[in-house]
Design a binder for this molecule. Structure first.
Ligand SMILES: [Cu+2]
Length: 259
């Protein structure tokens, strides 16, 4: 085995080792993803995990080239001292393979059905389907108001039933804000004079008291109070949600009756 092929074998071995290490790191990262509480969020997490796993060998390849180049620098210097610089010849086979593989990967990710399910996420943005619970989320400097038009109640905390499809109608009273719930992995601009729609299917009971990813947070710089522009989130079992609705209804009747 000549020195060149020995170097190639060593580089390939290094690549395998670095890839294995990177994949271990990636798996540890995936295991520590924040709490997810919507089916759309689960889809987004799966896609993110897939991309991370596929990126690991690419990252390992770059590190391998770096290490091999640094280690080979002394030899390259010796070779350079003994004559003019030498470059590898154009390799058309390599260029074409590179082009075709990356093109195929891109096409697969963009158009492959079920690969990223981008379509499934985007489709929910149109209008409420029957059976959806409609929640109007109105942003203002600096806070949130939630209204449940079908139930005739309002709330400062976003209270939702678990296991339901929720249809958000996102608006703003003054400037541009953004409705963001980290635990749902979704975000929607809140724009004055415009209704934006967003569908989320809740998958589990979660509360701001237990996990800070369960909160509504403004995600668009909107003035001095922006960092503190958040609201609590409670996703309750359906019967507890119903009880909350009844309680809120009776409280609102008492308040307006007392005026
Ligand atoms: Cu803001």
């Amino acid at each position: 085995m000549g020195p060149r092929s020995l170097r190639a074998v060593l580089a390939a071995a290094l690549w395998v080792v670095f890839t294995a290490l990177a994949e271990v790191g990636v798996e540890a990262l995936i295991a520590h993803f924040p709490v997810v509480a919507s089916s759309q969020g689960e889809l987004i997490d799966e896609t993110f995990a897939l991309l991370l796993r596929l990126t690991a060998p690419v990252f390992a390849f770059v590190v391998t080239v770096l290490v091999v180049s640094v280690l080979g620098a002394a030899q390259a210097r010796r070779e350079a001292a003994s004559g003019p610089a030498r470059y590898p010849r154009d390799n058309r086979y390599f260029s074409w393979t590179w082009f075709v593989v990356s093109l195929a990967l891109n096409v697969y990710f963009v158009f492959g059905p079920g690969v990223t399910d981008v379509e499934a996420i985007v489709l929910g943005h149109d209008r409420p389907a029957s059976g959806d619970l409609v929640v109007e989320a109105q942003a203002h400097q600096w806070g949130w108001d939630f209204a449940y038009p079908e139930l005739g109640i309002t709330s400062k905390t976003l209270v939702l039933p678990a296991g339901r499809e929720i249809h958000f109608v996102v608006t703003s009273k003054d400037v541009i804000h953004s409705f963001w719930v980290p635990a749902f992995r979704v975000k929607m601009d809140a724009i004055p004079g415009r209704e934006n729609h967003l569908t989320v299917t809740t998958t589990r009971v979660i509360s701001t008291n237990d996990d800070m990813t369960a909160r509504v947070q403004c995600a668009e710089l909107c003035g001095l109070g922006h960092p503190n522009m958040r609201a609590g989130l409670e996703v309750l079992p359906p019967d507890q949600f119903q009880a909350w609705v009844e309680k809120t209804k009776s409280e609102e009747t008492t308040t307006s009756g007392g005026r």
